[in-house]
Design a protein around this ligand. Structure first.
Ligand code: SF4
Length: 365
């Protein structure tokens, strides 16, 4: 087994780490050294090392009805729970979009559950209507599990679903639903959700269709430390398969499991969050994911102070101020940001804040 300095030297010259080398770093490298190397790599990857980017968008939920029943999710309800179930109406979209645009948003993050009756026609109609009324608004919508679900109930392939949704107005596909890309873990936290292999397959199809996506990881529940590293390697290897002309994964966003009131919490799974573990994951992300340019600090789940340190540990982006967010917030995430607080936090960390769009182009704040 190589020693830690040799492995880090290999990362610094841009060589890909083996799985065992990544395990060794994650298990044994001193945190300060790991973060310092990750920060050096961040500086070499981004156009302006003194800049940290951020975004304004609104997360609107299409429906809270979901047949998946993930054990970490408080947001969803079952189709028969009529008092809780909703499908957002066009009038509600208009109100939410008008508010978001007035606050500077250029994008809607549209997510929902795996509704047993909402197939391709529903989503095509919805996307077309929103784009007709708001042609410059970008739609960052759904995720690999929703694409698989829509394909299944519409009797289409996932490529057909992606192609039709793109024609209807889909701009980018969020990386949601990855959790930990291990079927062993998924069986324990989200047994009815599409498999890890299916998530990878749909993302690869999106990349081949030149639909940019992000990638996520929700950690700190039942997974082992090495399953986190495996997750990073799966993403790195998938990114290597994208066509040269495709953006592929534009960013990686790891966040910690929020337990409050979840079925996982009731069954005795407590979160294993610590600031040092989060920083280790951010640094490892930068080191392992040499082919994914942007690493995002998840202020929503770890808080502003830890997110600030993450910007010195490999992260180069603070994500969105999220004018509205209901999924993670319903499981105990309480941090909130407005524009001023976001920019002040980035400045306090020693960087220049720059507003960006989903593809990391700068916008005027
Ligand atoms: S996380 Fe998503 S797929 Fe899982 S139950 Fe909640 S809404 Fe459904």
């Amino acid at each position: 087994m190589s020693n830690i300095d040799d492995i880090l030297e290999k990362a610094l010259v841009g060589e890909e780490l083996t799985r065992d080398e990544a395990y060794r770093l994650y298990d044994d490298a001193p945190l300060q050294l790991l973060c310092s190397v990750a920060d050096t790599l961040r500086r070499s990857k981004v156009d302006d090392p003194e800049v940290v980017t951020w975004q304004i968008d609104r997360n609107v939920n299409i429906t809270n009805v979901c047949k998946s029943g993930c054990r970490f999710c408080n947001f969803h309800c079952k189709p028969h729970e009529e008092e809780r179930a909703y499908i957002t109406t066009m009038a509600e979209y208009r109100q939410k979009i008008d508010e978001a645009i007035a606050m500077g948003a250029d994008q809607l993050l549209l997510q929902g559950g795996l509704h047993p009756r909402l197939g391709i026609d529903f989503y095509e109609t919805l996307f077309r209507q929103i784009k007709r009324e708001y042609p410059t608004l970008r739609l960052n919508a759904l995720g690999a599990p929703e694409i698989s679900h829509i394909a299944q109930i519409s009797k289409l392939t996932t490529v057909e679903v992606l192609t039709r949704l793109r024609s209807a107005g889909l701009d980018t596909l969020p990386g949601a639903g990855a959790e930990i890309l291990s079927d062993d873990v998924r069986r324990r936290i989200s047994p009815a959700k599409p498999s890890a292999r299916e998530w990878v397959r749909v993302m690869h199809e999106a990349h081949k269709l030149n639909i940019p996506t992000t990638a996520t990881m929700m950690y700190g529940h039942v997974e082992t430390p090495h399953q986190r590293v495996d997750h990073l390697i799966t993403l790195r290897d998938l990114q290597a398969l994208k066509p040269a002309s495709s953006r592929g994964f534009t960013a990686f966003i790891p966040w910690v499991f929020c337990p409050t009131g979840t079925e996982l919490e009731r069954s005795g799974v407590s979160p294993r969050f610590s600031a040092t573990e989060y920083l280790r994951i951010i640094a490892m992300s930068r080191i392992v994911l040499h082919n994914i340019r942007n690493i995002q600090a998840s202020w929503l789940t770890v808080g502003k102070d830890v997110a600030e340190i993450a910007l010195h540990s490999g992260a180069n982006d603070m994500g969105s101020i999220m004018i509205e967010e209901n999924v993670v917030s319903s499981a105990g995430a309480t941090t909130r940001f407005d524009k001023e607080a976001m920019m002040a936090t980035i400045r306090r960390a020693g960087f220049t804040p720059r507003l960006r769009d989903q593809l990391y182009n700068y916008r005027d704040a």
